[in-house]
Write a protein that binds this ligand. Structure first.
Ligand SMILES: Cc1cc2nc3c(=O)[nH]c(=O)nc-3n(C[C@H](O)[C@H](O)[C@H](O)COP(=O)(O)OP(=O)(O)OC[C@H]3O[C@@H](n4cnc5c(N)ncnc54)[C@H](O)[C@@H]3O)c2cc1C
Length: 247
């Protein structure tokens, strides 16, 4: 059972939803699948990463991109047809040095990840990538969790001008990291895994989902171990196993 408590804007076209849920535990990188309304339009559920989860309170971030997301952020408080937590999340390493690299709404699952890593004494270096300053949500919360937090924007309106891969390459040249975690546009994650191939990298692949429960294989990901379904074998994958250029 999920109940929507509150929806509030946190950046241009980005909203923070607070939900009450029965599930008391989840793993960063897992997602929930929302049925937007009782009609057939849109027919399929829409997946969203868990932004934060504490006991029975869960938060997600929604960037409005189309019909489904527009309807979700307009919902009134009350029961929501939602399933989850679903999928395979990130591994939580203890007492290490982690580099988190995210682009756009891919920052959402990495907040919860940063929180859990900090809890087990892993030092978090965070690279927050966005197209523009107006797309950046809740930056102070990310800064609070991070040993170092670097912002990059494509248009240079905040932080370093450029994409987060450049910032990641730069910091990896100066500091050692045990693991890299990433979520964002696939082109960004592909380039990151090519540039930092000497470090273990876990990537959350936000592919289009059909059923979201492994039945339709609409979210197939080509890996060195054959095709895997992003919805149940992922969305988090060892980036070094992903065949980024194979459809
Ligand atoms: C595992 C997972 C986690 C996700 N987590 C988040 C999250 O935390 N916050 C968030 O805002 N979004 C997240 N997404 C993306 C989100 O599910 C889609 O944006 C949403 O389903 C779009 O629904 P819509 O009806 O508004 O868009 P539609 O009307 O279906 O499409 C509108 C536009 O968005 C594009 N689009 C739709 N879905 C995707 C997608 N999965 N990837 C890339 N482009 C897409 C379409 O091509 C189209 O241009 C996640 C997706 C996955 C698979």
């Amino acid at each position: 059972m999920f109940t929507l408590i509150e929806t509030k804007p946190v950046a241009d076209d980005h909203y923070l939803l607070t939900l009450h849920c029965d599930a008391k535990e989840s793993i960063p990188g897992q997602f929930i699948n929302i049925k937007v309304n009782t009609s057939t339009d849109p027919l399929i559920r829409r997946p969203f990463s868990i932004f934060d989860h504490d006991q029975t309170t869960m938060h997600i971030i929604i960037r409005v991109v189309g019909k489904g997301t527009r309807q979700i952020v307009a919902m009134h408080p009350g029961p929501v047809d939602c399933i989850g937590p679903l999928g395979k999340g990130f591994s939580i390493v203890t007492g290490k040095k982690a580099l988190l690299v995210a682009g756009g709404v891919g920052n959402a699952p990495l907040y919860y990840l940063a929180k859990m890593l900090k809890r087990v004494h892993t030092q978090v270096t965070y690279i927050y990538g966005a197209r523009s300053a107006s797309d950046i949500f809740m930056l102070d919360s990310y800064r609070e969790l991070s040993h170092t937090c670097i912002v990059t924007t494509d248009d240079g309106s905040l932080g370093m001008k450029g994409n987060p891969v450049f910032a990641a390459k730069d910091i990896v040249a100066k500091h050692e990291f045990d693991i890299v975690y990433t979520c964002g546009p696939e082109i960004m994650m592909k380039r990151l895994s090519q540039e930092l191939s000497h470090i273990p990298i876990e990537a959350s692949l936000e592919r289009y989902f059909g059923c979201g429960i492994g039945l339709c294989s609409g979210c197939a990901v080509a890996t060195i171990n054959g095709y895997r379904r992003a919805c149940i074998d992922g969305p988090v994958f060892d980036a070094r196993t992903v065949l980024w250029d194979t459809p």
